[in-house]
Design a protein around this ligand. Structure first.
Ligand code: IVH
Length: 673
């Protein structure tokens, strides 16, 4: 097999695995095996740059941030739907269609959910994804191709041996509800602001100028209409969706809920109304948010005859659902202090049932949100659950506002420690500036014990609260001095639960360095960054001595994160606390000492070819950890070339330039010194 054939096969194989994982949700190989395949692909691409095609999975990683998005025209304008039809209007819609067509014959419709996200157009030319545009003003959209390429369920190439000249498909970009909750948790854990609802999270991600950030966020796309087409035609909407499916472009044709299809082919207004109520009844169980049902004339010939009125098609209609909203009274507005010191206003309300769940609290986000909505204590407000989960205040019912009410004054001091709160230029939130504020420490404790951190599962949030109130713990290190006797002094703590707590603390006494660093709750240091830090420094003492210059060397760590880490490490109390944790009997695992020796200090070693047990990226990491560097091309200045199986042009170049070549054995010998 030629290298070109091998490359093509590998690309197709990886694309199939991406489809299995991200579209079908049914992976068939382990992550490790997948990483190996991917590594192999990268190797071939590095050796043979001319082979790289735009549909290669390597093109999904995201690239350097943009200054702004380019604008581009849609080949066909992107219109919108006429909204706000109630089920009663469904009959009228059907009648109007028949009247316009001048026939009594029944018309068939496809009914599908109205997804609550952002409209997006994908352009495939000769089967290759060449452009992705937002709707913009309908005529001109923003070119968000780089971000869209990071959405794994969107194929970079249509699955078809003879793709059409041009295939445009429009659809909605959404974030699944569970992904949204996870993302917000991550944002919070890393000290970023959270998103108000899945739609905002999807919009914020799609309009990211940094596609690497977009790549780290879980977006989905569902196609629902053709755009401009060349060399391909469809008889009806069903066959269009079927084709999209065959092309492996995600859509909702085969989406099932309670074993019933979500999309329904309807032959009468009665059937449409039935489906309207069905979708409403299962609305909360869907993976994504919807705000209505779209009814479309199925036959494309009829669609053409029906045409458009103003900016909407006459052949479609949106039957909207009322969001689950209620009104209630705000009794109080309190300010919560988060782990990063963020002051978050929260409305405390008369309990009210929204979509089957009783709510009493709703976040008001920040000062400008309160000002924008002019929310005041004593107001009657409309509330709903964003993402079907997070309660939020939609608007004030001003008619019911008490005459004496005054605008809410956002406090400029931390309500807990009374230190001045500060707001940085690029943020909407005020933060308590006292890093030993008791509220911040208490929240940090909750983070410290959480699952992805030290994982002390028997010390849940409630127990932390009660231990805190009883002054049993006021710092991380206190956790490791807790005795069973102390725990037993508290109400509602029996022998067994006290034993369990102690056991669960003891189980956490030997953490990985990465988990330990993550537990410390340094702002912007999420799990991934903590892993990179652990890998680079190898042990806790070296990490504590980290200098800014050093930190900036680590890939994936930018200036903002660097400043945050170095500020924490300059804080003597913070470092003293870490040493106390260690003194109280926590032994942090170092990353294997072999990797932390500096045997390759200053050496430039180019890695080429493939190796039996390790991927090339892993080898490059090993070299970096041992003090060397691993540039991607061979030059006079290269110290060694490490060549594995099937090494190509780089090996040749090394021989030409007289650069010493190492095989794996010699490389290992060099590592061991
Ligand atoms: S079809 C000519 N189908 O609703 C417009 N739109 O107001 C054809 N939407 O901008 C649109 N789910 O973002 C269609 N199943 C669906 C939809 C859908 C959501 C959005 C779309 C559009 C807006 C229309």
């Amino acid at each position: 097999m030629s290298i070109k054939q091998e490359y093509k096969k590998l690309k197709e194989l990886i694309n199939q695995h991406i489809y299995n994982y991200h579209t079908l949700d049914k992976p068939t190989i382990s992550d490790l095996k997948y990483d190996k395949l991917f590594d192999q692909l990268l190797m071939i691409e590095e050796e043979n740059p001319s082979l790289v095609t735009p549909d290669s999975p390597s093109q999904r990683a995201g690239s350097a941030p943009l200054d702004k998005f380019k604008k581009a025209k849609h080949r066909m304008p992107m219109l919108s739907l006429q909204n706000s039809y109630s089920p009663d209007d469904i009959h009228a819609f059907d009648e109007r269609i028949k009247k316009f067509l001048g026939s009594d014959k029944p018309v068939s419709y496809m009914c599908e959910p109205k997804l609550d996200g952002l409209a997006l157009e994908l352009v495939y030319e000769k089967g290759i994804l060449t452009q992705a545009l937002t709707r913009g003003d309908g005529v001109t959209g923003e070119d968000v191709t780089l971000n869209v390429k990071t959405i794994k369920s969107i194929p970079l190439k249509l699955s078809s041996p003879k793709p059409p000249e041009i295939f445009e498909i429009r659809g909605e970009v959404v974030m699944h509800k569970n992904d949204f909750l996870k993302l917000n948790e991550k944002q919070l854990a890393e000290g970023h602001e959270t998103f108000a609802n899945p739609r905002n999270a999807a919009a914020g991600t799609l309009r990211q100028l940094d596609s690497k950030v977009a790549a780290s966020r879980p977006l989905k796309f569902y196609g629902y209409a053709p755009g401009f087409l060349e060399n391909i035609k469809f008889k009806n909407h069903q066959s269009f969706l079927k084709k999209a499916d065959a092309f492996k472009v995600p859509n909702l044709l085969n989406y099932k809920i309670k074993k019933s299809p979500l999309l329904r082919f309807c032959k009468s207004a009665e059937e449409i109304v039935q489906h309207y109520y069905f979708i409403e009844s299962i609305r909360e169980q869907l993976d994504f948010e919807i705000d209505g049902m779209v009814i479309k004339v199925d036959d494309y010939q009829l669609q053409e005859e029906l045409g458009f009125i103003a900016r909407s098609p006459r052949w479609a209609s949106a039957a909207k659902y009322k969001p689950s909203q209620e009104t209630t009274l705000i009794n109080e507005i309190i300010i919560q202090v988060g782990r990063t010191g963020a002051l978050t206003p929260v409305a405390i309300m008369e309990p009210v049932k929204v979509g089957g769940v009783t709510i009493t609290h709703a976040t008001l986000h920040n000062e400008s949100e309160i000002e924008r909505k002019d929310v005041r204590i004593g107001d009657t407000v409309v509330v709903q659950r964003a993402g079907d989960v997070i309660p939020e205040v939609v608007e004030v019912v001003t008619k019911k506002r008490p005459k004496t009410s005054k605008p809410f004054k956002f406090p400029k001091k931390c309500p807990v420690c009374k230190t001045n709160a500060v707001k940085s230029e690029d943020e909407a939130v005020y933060r308590c500036s006292n890093n030993v504020c008791p509220a911040i420490i208490k929240e940090s404790l909750k983070h410290f014990v959480s699952k992805k951190a030290m994982n002390i599962d028997k010390l849940g949030e409630k127990i932390i609260e009660s231990f805190w109130d009883a002054k049993l713990i006021s710092n991380y290190s206190d956790i490791y001095l807790l005795s069973k006797e102390q725990i037993l002094t508290l109400d509602r703590q029996g022998e067994k639960s006290a034993d369990n707590i102690i056991k669960s603390i003891d189980n956490s006494r030997n953490p990985d360095l990465a988990k330990f660093i993550y537990s410390l709750g340094i702002r912007f240091v999420g799990e991934q960054t903590a892993k990179s830090l652990a890998k680079y420094y190898g042990n806790i003492q070296d990490f504590l001595n980290a200098k800014e210059d050093d930190l900036l060397q680590i890939s994936d760590i930018g200036p903002k994160v660097t400043t945050s880490i170095s500020n924490s490490l300059k804080n003597q109390k913070f470092v003293a606390e870490i040493n106390k944790i260690i003194n109280n009997g926590v032994k942090i695992k170092s990353v294997s000492s072999k990797n932390t020796s500096k045997k390759l200090a200053g050496l430039k070693i180019v890695v080429t070819g493939s190796f039996e047990n390790l991927g090339r990226n892993e080898i490059k990491n090993m070299i970096e950890l041992s003090g060397g560097s691993s540039p991607s091309s061979v030059s006079k200045n290269t110290d060694y070339v490490l060549a594995g199986e099937a090494a190509g042009s780089k090996l040749e170049k090394a021989e030409k330039l007289n650069v010493p070549v190492l095989d794996w054995e010699k490389f290992e010998a060099l590592l061991k010194g």
